[in-house]
Design a protein around this ligand. Structure first.
Ligand code: B3K
Ligand code: ZN
Length: 875
């Protein structure tokens, strides 16, 4: 077996040949598909004489190959491994290949595949090479014309990118459709679909008055679940016009939903393909979180039309150029549609849970990685979510107007081309005049910077000094890093809770109540003058930088911030820090065999927040949600699985008992009357109600929760009750699971929730339950949503059961990875990363996990992606 090869950014060269036109014919049959591609190839003026044209191809049967209509003989080309080479290719020519492929047996869900009765494509990152021979790289851009043909009765709907230019009948009950995309694009944005789908239509009139047809293609039985996605698309289109002056550029925008999809969705030009989870919703089947997720992902894929499609990437190392920026854009969109603070909290929770862990593990990479073995492994929280934080920091330094000017310049300069992260930064600098030279380190240095803050107050001179020291930790392949440029949005609170003016030493006029400090060296101090009494600092407001903050704030100060900070995010963050300090303190006490007791001040602070008369209910719910066991583990040098579980349960139980009356009264007050509405206030109420129910379940009987379950009138309430019930060791728990299954057995997306609820249960025997659910008729290892819902949820979000000392949790994961290795390598690699943090556990567990990693690594025909994850983990 040959070792998989690594591709390096430093080796990147512009292509020697461009493919200017692509004429594709895909003739789909039940047991095979023929693809004929005529490529209009032109050599670049910079290319050396006699260079060869290289085309990528994976699992393709070459039927014929012609150059300008002349059949090529064996000696005129070579086909070795996954590369077809035309030596010394001419300057301009048409290359026509015909290949046979097998979408009907393609379970990788990349390239052209068949799932649930529909033929679909997924080309990003390197799937187009599974459809035809092509220089499959994003800096090769051309115009596409695509004809799809298939049996008319079975596959009445035939789609591809752009505009429908021709359609008609063929012999043998077949038909065809020809689509032409007027915009040139890289191959990763190609898409085609053949299926029997319902179409829900609407229209949107752009700012310049053009009418765009919006078409959503879904299974016939799902036709009543598209309304929210369509509304979300219209909101996205209007928002991008208003916020960035960016209008849609085709006459039709199509979205196809499938239940079998590796990712969330795909921004193919004019023809998005979506995981049905991010399209289908109605109140009875989708939770508030689903509704919000749909709005966010619909927005995200729509926003890619400019950031990703019109301006694309020159190579895959630049992935964050489109993903970080587009995540930033979708975050801003969702913030404008709902509650900004709640959205920010949710995003930061996610970042800390997944990206911080990634940055501290064997796969740590900068947002612009320097090398990869399998590109699919780099669709990460780092590239996406830390990437969005990096864009957000640029926004903070430039201000909204400077940022908008930068975006305008970026689009104007690079529309229609394939560029690099550097081009984005340069546009931002040129438009705003702000120097981002040191800031660029965020693109090249991995690891979450640790910023330690100390404070000094001099009552005599009324001076208050904050000192920041920063350290970027070593990560694989990167040591001794440089200090980053870090924005600190901050304020100081007086003892009455009122903000203090921030006048920096040397300034002559009274300063503002909030400022953004800019750190750029290892150690820096800022002195504020005219500070009469010692204030409490509120730093990194709104999470102004993706860093780990280390402070010496006391419990009393955190409680003070929790009650008084003017920044909603920091009020929440103070609470999180307080819980984490408390729980981790208890873990240490448990180790020493000491009895646990919860501070009465903390209980009182929770009480004050819970019963706050005016605070946004969603913020209350967020503030009273304890950090997860995974998040808590990340804060420990050696993760104490059992200690964390015991201490966290103790805190939750104590709060439940101490504040029983308040949980109950807030629960009652949050009950709604009238029909379900997915608006911000109603969602906030349901969220707080669900949280109260989870605390109440610790003090009330199972019958109380069963009653909430039985009377739920929408999926949000129903699932909140089910999730609580499933953790209760009582007959009601099984009864609820059975009733839920009975009610929803025809709805695959709702069943995903049923699988997840059981995977996350605290009940004894959860692992055995998960293992037996893998044999359930509704579970399908070929379906990524099912794998994520059951096994992904169990391994990532149920650490107490997954890390069982008998190693059975690890076996379950290793067996799954090995099974998926041949079925769907990209999902296999994702799952394998569940072992990434193995070195953070005790010796016993380390040994158990290492053995499983080695077992995976020794598997025959290991996919490159899985190899990359496990070999980096073991290194
Ligand atoms: N660009 C796609 C992700 C494709 C995943 C490839 N393994 C979705 C998105 O970020 O919008
Ligand atoms: Zn994206």
């Amino acid at each position: 077996m040959t070792e998989p090869v690594e591709t390096h950014l430093k080796d990147y060269k512009r292509p020697d040949f461009n493919v200017e036109t692509v004429e594709l014919h895909a003739d789909i049959f039940e047991t095979e598909t023929f693809v004929t591609a005529s490529l209009g190839v032109r050599k670049s003026p910079e290319a050396a004489d006699g260079v060869s044209l290289l085309l990528d191809g994976r699992e393709l049967d070459l039927v014929s190959i012609e150059l300008d209509g002349r059949v090529l003989t064996d000696g005129e080309y070579t086909l070795e491994g996954e590369v077809l080479t035309l030596p010394a290719a001419p300057d301009a020519f048409v290359l026509t290949t015909k290949v046979k492929i097998h979408p009907e047996t393609n379970t990788s869900l990349e390239g052209l595949y068949f799932a649930d009765g529909t033929f679909l494509t997924q080309c990003e990152a390197e799937g187009f090479r599974r459809i035809t021979f092509f220089p499959d790289r994003p800096d090769v851009m051309g115009s596409y014309r695509c004809t799809v043909s298939a049996d008319k009765g079975t596959y009445p709907v035939l789609l591809a990118n752009g505009n429908l230019v021709d359609e008609g009948e063929l012999s043998g009950g077949r038909h065809f459709a020809t689509w032409e995309d007027p915009h040139k694009k890289p191959s990763y944005l190609f898409a085609m679909v053949a299926g029997d789908l319902a179409c829900r239509e609407d229209t949107f009139t752009t700012a310049s008055g053009r009418e765009v047809a919006l078409k959503f293609y879904v299974d016939h039985q799902d036709a009543d679940k598209c309304g929210h996605a369509i509304e979300s698309l219209k909101k996205s289109m209007a928002w991008d016009e208003k916020t960035f002056g960016l209008e849609y550029d085709l006459d039709t925008y199509m979205v196809v939903a499938t239940h079998s999809f590796n990712a969330g969705a795909m921004e193919n030009k004019g023809l998005n393909v979506f995981n049905s989870k991010y399209v289908l919703a109605k109140p009875e089947t989708a939770t508030d979180m689903d509704f919000q997720g749909i709005e966010g992902v619909i927005g995200h894929e729509y926003f890619h039309n400019w950031t990703g499609n019109r301006v694309t990437l020159c190579n895959w190392f630049q992935l964050s150029l489109k993903e970080g920026l587009t995540v930033f854009r979708d975050q801003e969109f969702s913030s404008d549609m709902g509650s900004r603070a709640v959205k920010r909290i949710a995003d930061v929770r996610g970042l800390r849970a997944s990206q911080f862990a990634e940055d501290a593990g064997p796969m740590a990479h900068p947002i612009r990685p320097e090398s990869y073995i399998e590109m699919n492994n780099f669709y990460t929280a780092t590239v996406y979510n830390k990437g969005a934080e990096v864009i957000r920091m640029i926004h903070t330094f430039l201000g909204p107007e400077g940022f908008r000017k930068g975006m305008d310049l970026y689009v104007a300069r690079h529309d229609g081309s394939a560029v690099a992260c550097e081009d984005f930064i340069a546009a931002m600098e040129d438009a705003s005049g702000v120097d981002l030279s040191r800031f660029r380190l965020w693109y090249s240095q991995a690891g979450t910077p640790k910023v330690t803050v100390t404070r000094a107050f001099d009552a005599e001179t009324s001076r208050y000094t904050l000192t920041f020291s920063q350290k970027v930790p070593d990560t694989p392949g990167q040591a001794n890093k440089k200090a980053m440029q870090i924005p600190v949005r901050m304020g100081l609170l007086g003892d009455d809770g009122a903000p203090v003016s921030l006048t920096l030493e040397g300034e002559t006029s009274l300063g503002p109540l909030e400022r953004v400090l800019s750190l750029s060296s290892d150690l820096e101090s800022f002195t504020f003058t005219g500070v009469e009494k010692e204030p409490v600092p509120s730093l990194f407001r709104g999470f102004s930088a993706p860093i780990n903050q280390v402070t010496d704030l006391t419990e009393a100060e955190l409680i003070f911030l929790m009650a008084h900070d003017t920044d909603s995010f920091n009020r929440w963050d103070a609470a999180q820090q307080l819980y984490a300090n408390t729980i981790l303190g208890m873990v240490a006490e448990l180790k020493k065999g000491e009895p646990l007791a919860l501070s009465t001040d903390l209980v009182a602070a929770v009480q004050t927040t819970l019963t706050h008369p005016t605070l946004d209910k969603a913020l209350i719910a967020q503030a009273l949600t304890l950090p997860s066991e995974t998040e808590l583990g990340d804060r420990m040098a050696e993760i104490d699985v059992d200690g964390i579980h015991a201490a966290r349960e103790f805190v939750a139980d104590t709060l439940a008992v101490a504040l029983k009356e308040s949980w109950r009264s807030v629960y009652e007050a949050c009950k709604e009357v009238g029909p379900y509405r997915p608006d911000t206030q109603s969602m906030a109420k349901r969220r707080l109600k669900g949280l109260c129910l989870s605390y109440l379940s610790r003090v009330e009987s199972p019958a109380f929760v069963m009653d909430a379950f039985a009377s739920a009138a929408n999926m949000t309430d129903e699932l909140a009750a089910l999730t609580v019930l499933v953790g209760m060791d009582s007959p009601e728990s099984d009864e609820a699971m059975d009733r839920f299954y009975g009610a929803w057995k025809g709805d695959t997306l709702v069943l995903d929730k049923w699988f997840t609820a059981q995977a996350l249960s605290n009940r004894p025997g959860t692992l055995e339950r998960v293992a037996s659910l893998m044999e359930h008729p509704d579970f399908d290892i070929k379906n990524p949503n099912k794998v994520r819902a059951l096994i992904g949820a169990f391994c990532q979000a149920n650490p107490w059961h997954f890390h069982r000392l008998d190693g059975k949790g690890y076996d379950l994961l290793a067996d799954t990875v090995i099974a998926l290795n041949t079925i769907n390598p990209s999902i296999a690699a994702r799952m394998a990363s569940g072992f990434n943090r193995w070195k953070r556990y005790d010796e016993k567990r380390q040994g158990l996990m290492k053995a499983r990693l080695e077992r995976i690594k020794g598997t025959e025909n290991l996919a490159n992606g899985v190899f990359e994850i496990v070999s980096k983990a073991l290194a």
